[in-house]
Design a protein around this ligand. Structure first.
Ligand SMILES: [Zn+2]
Length: 174
């Protein structure tokens, strides 16, 4: 974890070290393994605008979280870190045939885990992954086999998508 000084972090609505640790704890270990570093940036993402805050990004096994305008709950941090960890996770194994399979399943069930999921197939995956991880092991779970396998697109989405009572992913662009 790389974080700014307390003075530089003031007013940026970034997680504390304890909040980030808690958010990472919520990510299943087999997904968290694909992230090796989290950086808390005191500066906005260069592509953020007044109308659209880019709150996080992930690449090369690194998650970067950026300042946001409003106070964040632990649930907000959990969702955002899980979303970004999902990018590092899928980037390590998603091949074109998986992406097309996922897209076909998403089109078939025609339901989105969040509005942001409509932006791109990988964003849909990351938003859906939050639902999946949250429901896993609870009464909301209705999968008979691991969804995060090669067949996850077709078998996972329809049976678990939009389970009632499962919190949706962060609405902040990430
Ligand atoms: Zn994303």
């Amino acid at each position: 974890m790389i974080r700014p000084t307390d003075a530089d972090a003031a007013g940026k609505n970034l997680p504390t070290t304890a909040q980030l640790a808690e958010a990472l704890r919520a990510v299943p270990a087999d997904q968290r393994n694909f992230t090796t570093q989290v950086t808390l940036s005191p500066k906005p993402h260069p592509d953020s605008t007044a109308a659209r805050t880019i709150a996080g990004e992930a690449m090369s096994h690194i998650i970067t979280l950026f300042p946001v305008n409003s106070a964040q709950s632990q649930n907000d941090f959990d969702n955002r870190v899980m979303h970004e960890a999902g990018h590092n996770f899928h980037a390590s194994y998603w091949f074109p045939e998986h992406v097309s399979g996922w897209r076909a399943a998403a089109t078939a069930d025609n339901r989105l885990p969040s509005p942001y999921a409509s932006e791109r197939t990988d964003e849909d995956f990351c938003e859906f992954n939050i639902l999946y991880n949250t429901a896993r092991g609870t009464p909301c779970e209705c999968l008979r086999e691991p969804a995060l396998s090669e067949s996850m697109g077709e078998k996972g989405r329809r049976s678990i998508a939009m389970s009632e009572g499962v919190p949706l992913g962060s609405r902040i662009v990430a």
